[in-house]
Design a protein around this ligand. Structure first.
Ligand code: ZN
Ligand code: ZN
Length: 370
């Protein structure tokens, strides 16, 4: 597959503010644009970005807190301008209750979509702790009532015996999910690409007299070639060993990643929330969130190559941004530094893991390992 990139459309926690959108990011590759989370205001952020709305084919929701899902009905309506009756159904994935949320919102508003959509739910046990401490607050997640006229029946995806959810496979991409510890059911998504073909050994091809051009492409596709005088050359003779495909880990809100860890090893990129700085760890954990130190320690354990921090408390400004009224605001540089300090303490050799703070409209290229 050619280039992949990851665009952040919202990087703030809790609510969209004048300086940061609520959670939303888009993974763009040959198969389309996949949206991950859709906080309030994501539709306008999408319009302001270089993402073409007509290329959105899938939307994945990590959890049902408003800063990750309140933008979804609006975005679905906005996409009506770019998709059509003949479009393949737009596929939406997320926790139990998402189908009901979308159905009720679109039905009550009589929202007329011009394209079909489907909601696939990740079924999970409703945890007694999943009520924000309000033991009598236990909403019914089942989708009852009339489906929206454009809604197609979705799958109910169960946890597999290995402890994770097999979400979808499309072309060379495989998406899996596992639970994270948060105040309500929260998921992380892991996107893996199949093994990539090995590199052509050009020196060998030259010595065998194979001219560059279509014959190279044929060998790279795994086909043998034959010279007019009858000599055959098979790919095994001139193509190096396969290379690992890309692995991208996009986590929802979390204060503990134990369940998803087995899927995240050697990831090329881990996007991890860092709601507050290290000094506020206790408060962070109590709210089901992470500090940069927690994110960095996980990344280190997973031997990941790149850590992108996001989901910042709205008190953290971007570097060089004017401070607000109380003058005590700190910038996201503090959060990056917190993560880097943790990595050095863990013995991570300088810059082995690249750490950065996401920002609205920032785009990261994601390349395969060399
Ligand atoms: Zn959040
Ligand atoms: Zn949350």
């Amino acid at each position: 597959m050619a280039a992949w990139d990851l665009t952040f459309l919202g990087t703030g926690s809790a609510y969209p503010s004048p300086h940061r959108g609520a959670s939303c990011m888009v993974l763009r590759h040959d198969l389309g644009c996949w949206v991950f989370d859709c906080g309030e205001g994501s539709q306008i952020q999408l319009m302001r970005s270089s993402i073409r709305p007509g290329r959105v084919t899938k939307i994945f929701i990590t959890h049902l807190h408003g800063d990750h899902v309140y933008g979804l009905p609006g975005l679905l309506c906005t996409l009506s301008a770019s998709l059509s009756e003949d479009s393949a159904p737009l596929e939406v994935y997320g926790p139990l209750g998402l189908r009901q949320f979308v159905r009720v919102a679109l039905n009550l508003a009589r929202s007329q979509l011009c394209y079909p959509y489907v909601v696939h739910e990740l079924c999970h046990n409703v945890n007694p702790a999943d009520h924000d401490g309000l033991s009598n607050w236990n909403p019914d997640p089942s989708a009852t009532g009339q489906p929206h006229p454009k809604e197609l029946p979705g799958r109910n995806i169960q946890r597999n015996p290995a402890g994770f959810w097999e979400i979808c496979r499309e072309g060379p991409l495989y998406v899996r999910a596992a639970t994270l510890k948060h105040r309500i059911a929260s998921f992380g998504y892991v996107i893996t690409e199949d093994t990539l073909p090995g590199k052509l050994q050009v020196d060998k091809l030259k010595s065998l007299g194979v001219p560059p051009g279509p014959l190279y492409a044929k060998l790279k596709r795994g086909e043998s070639i034959q010279f007019p005088q009858g000599t055959m050359i098979s790919p095994a003779e001139v193509v190096g060993p396969g290379r690992p495909g890309r692995k991208v880990v996009l986590l929802g809100d979390t204060c503990d990643n134990e369940d998803i860890a087995p899927l995240c090893e050697e990831a090329d990129v881990i996007v991890h929330e860092a709601t507050n700085e290290n000094a506020h760890e206790q408060q962070c954990r109590e709210n089901g969130h992470s500090t940069p130190a927690m994110a960095a320690a996980f990344c280190h354990r997973m031997k990941a190559s790149q850590l992108i921090l996001t989901h910042f408390s709205q008190r953290y400004r971007r570097p060089n941004e004017e401070t607000g009224h109380n003058g005590e605001e700190v910038t996201v540089d503090r959060l990056v530094l917190d993560a880097q300090n943790t990595l050095s303490r863990l013995g991570d050799t300088a810059s082995a893991i690249n750490v950065s703070a996401a920002d609205d409209f920032k785009v990261y290229q994601i390349s395969a390992k060399k």
